[in-house]
Write a protein that binds this ligand. Structure first.
Ligand SMILES: [Zn+2]
Ligand SMILES: [Zn+2]
Length: 416
């Protein structure tokens, strides 16, 4: 059975996020065609209580909201693990990780474990301070022993706070995760990288890849902006866990990495020392210092992947896994670009969006439809909007300039 999952999000309790209601999430999931969604922040006491109050378990580890029989939730949060990479290093490095839990009982057990580690769980995304890679490994093993069935995987691998990100000068997973590196079967590509880029890193070639939105909002261009299609034996938590860790990943739908906020190396305009001009490295060797402000540059994902691919010298025996992935832009953004508008929530955009969903069932199935059928079903749309949707469906788009130093890339749809 094929299901579309988006298993990394944040609630209104993660810093700088407005109120997010489960009804709004479930409503958006229906339009988008996301079957299973990660609740975000499920260890936060207030959000955990809300989830318990509003959701009912309808299959093992799958929770639903009354009135939305198709929208399933899995208990999920993100944690930031920090550790010094070596006894000599003075600064701690932090790595974001996504956790999926089989039931509420497991969330209670892990919350108690966090108490023992002295973690203040008040911001949605708990910070776990650990001494060393060995301590990181012990912590993760403790979680798995205490709450069997829990699944943890490195989040947005290539962003600055991802395991391979520019803030983390590791060459191999074990330099941060210690022995637990051997247990890691799955890694999240994140908005800034795609499978093609990650497969340039030898260690990644034997890992499964998952794509999630990491969204902080229930908006149509946030939920499912990246998602994963799974082939599951059973549509429940253990079926999902098995698919993710074994051979059930059917395809991932991803941002074009050039869109991500950290694709290229540089300094954005508006940064200290950059009141008038930005600096973005197009090609060639990375200079030691920014030629404008003289400080160290924010190294982009593309350059970081090249560094890792050159520096990993260990032999990895396993063959490259079969990958199927597609670059994607949220449909509301495609429609608004087709209309020449900036806003993705204008009346016209939303009414055309509804037409697309009526004709195709939902957004996930729209992107999977064969091109002639899609053109046929959407023939009543304005020409410019239809042309944009078909171009994106065929992958004919890019981001120019690409994202860098915290700024998203600028969309260019290429029409015939
Ligand atoms: Zn994160
Ligand atoms: Zn600079």
């Amino acid at each position: 059975m094929k299901i579309a999952v988006d298993l990394h999000s944040h609630s209104g309790y993660s810093g700088g996020v407005g109120k997010i209601r489960l009804e709004n999430i479930a409503e958006t999931m229906k339009l988008k065609g996301i079957d299973i969604f990660g609740t975000g922040d499920c260890l936060h006491p207030a959000w955990n209580a809300k989830l318990k109050e509003e959701l009912t378990e309808t299959a093992n580890g799958i929770y639903r909201l009354s009135g939305f029989p198709k929208a399933g939730f899995v208990l999920q949060n993100e944690m930031v693990l920090t550790a010094a990479l070596s006894p000599a290093s003075k600064t701690r490095k932090s790595v974001h990780m996504v956790f999926l839990y089989p039931n509420f009982h497991s969330t209670e057990i892990v919350s108690r474990l966090l108490d023992k580690y002295g973690v203040k769980n008040t911001i949605g995304r708990p910070f776990v301070k650990l001494e060393s890679p060995a301590a990181v490994s012990r912590f993760l093993k403790n979680v798995m022993d205490a709450a069997p069935g829990t699944l943890a995987f490195p989040a947005h691998a290539m962003t600055p706070d991802g395991i391979y990100g520019s803030h983390n000068p590791v060459t191999y997973l074990e330099e941060f995760f210690g022995d637990y590196a051997k247990e890691i079967r799955l890694i999240e590509t994140g908005l800034s990288a795609d499978p093609e880029m990650l497969d340039r890193i030898p260690e990644c070639r034997s890992l499964n890849f998952i794509s999630n939105s990491d969204c902080h909002s229930a908006a149509l261009n946030r939920i499912g902006r990246e998602f994963t299609l799974l082939n599951v034996d059973t549509p429940d938590y253990s079926g999902i866990r098995k698919a993710l860790t074994e051979t059930g990943i059917s395809a991932t739908f991803e941002f074009n990495p050039r869109e991500g906020k950290f694709f290229a190396t540089g300094h954005r305009k508006g940064k200290e020392g950059h009141s008038h001009e930005s600096f973005r490295l197009e090609t060639g060797k990375i200079p030691d210092r920014c030629p404008v402000c003289g400080k160290a540059l924010t190294i982009g994902v593309a350059d970081r992947v090249s560094q890792l691919s050159a520096s990993q010298k260990k032999q990895f025996t396993s063959k490259i896994l079969h990958r199927d992935f597609h670059h994607l832009i949220p449909l509301v953004e495609v429609i608004s670009a087709g209309l020449g508008q900036k806003s993705v929530s204008g009346k016209k955009v939303l009414s055309l969006y509804r037409i697309c969903v009526e004709k195709c069932g939902n957004e996930v199935s729209l992107w999977q439809m064969k091109l002639p059928e899609l053109a046929q079903r959407l023939q009543k749309l304005p020409d410019s909007v239809l042309a944009s949707i078909l171009s994106v469906h065929e992958g004919k788009f890019t981001f120019d300039p690409p994202g860098y130093d915290g700024e998203y890339g600028k969309l260019k749809i290429l029409r015939d």
